[in-house]
Design a protein around this ligand. Sequence first.
Ligand SMILES: C[S@@+](CC[C@H](N)C(=O)[O-])C[C@H]1O[C@@H](n2cnc3c(N)ncnc32)[C@H](O)[C@@H]1O
Length: 283
Amino acid sequence: MSSYTMAHTQSVLSSHKSRTIHNSATFLIPHLRPTDHVLDIGCGPGTITAGFAEECNQGRVVGVDQAQSVIDDASTAHPHSKYPILDFQTGDVLAGLPFADGSFDVIYTSQTLIHIPDPVKAIKEAYRLLKSGGILAMREADSTAWYPRLPGLDFYARALDAMVRSSGAPGFHECRALHAWARQAGFDRSKMKLGGSVQIYASPEEREWWAQGLLGRLDPDSQGGKTMRGLTVAWPLAEGEKTAEEKVVGEDGIEIMERDLKRWIDEEDGSFAVYQVEVLCWK
Ligand SMILES: C[S@@+](CC[C@H](N)C(=O)[O-])C[C@H]1O[C@@H](n2cnc3c(N)ncnc32)[C@H](O)[C@@H]1O
């Protein structure tokens, strides 16, 4: 059963489709060779995967994702006529992927381990699939910071984290452990490069786009909106309160999130920052 709590709605896909190798894999690009065989695990709509196919155009690039619908979208958007060496196929990394040991020079994964109940098992599978000397590149969001700190925004962040964790996945704030998970999966700590980057949305257009995407995820008819209602989350602190009360998210909670997302769009100084953990591991 899918552990991907967000589901591939238009709001979620709009965020995934904004990702390219130039905003999501800059830490890996200097290590790519034109002849590399590359696997993108949890490729989603494939916009990053297609970038690998352009960089490694004498090799082979495969995107796998457990969701058939998103694989269909990725294949349609990136046809063989334009990307002859690029293939998309369904696969569950926890169940094992249908490739022989040592099939790939490079394995990349972005914003996927955070949604997987057993990330160490997934990294073990990547280790198996890498050639000796090959690279695993992982990029996951760990922490976020809103300015200004409107209560509904921090509340949204806590609810989103609770939603991801409701599937048994580690959730946000655990991805700072990427290198530790890699060591547990068999990679050697001395052959890793730990890094990170911060992504910021702050212009009026970026605030509008980002907040509208988050508002869309609250839609009561979407899987995310349904999952979020009913989660127990620490509620916004009222002024002077020291301890947040844990309560179930209902329509009153959704209204607080919606109110502050809309306020934030109009905040001239409003910004949203995400700390992305970026780790390279050589086998
Ligand atoms: C947040 S999306 C990231 C998509 C893309 N990598 C990106 O950065 O935009 C996570 C993707 O991982 C996929 N996924 C989740 N669990 C998976 C698993 N066990 N095996 C393969 N794909 C999985 C989901 O279907 C989803 O498309």
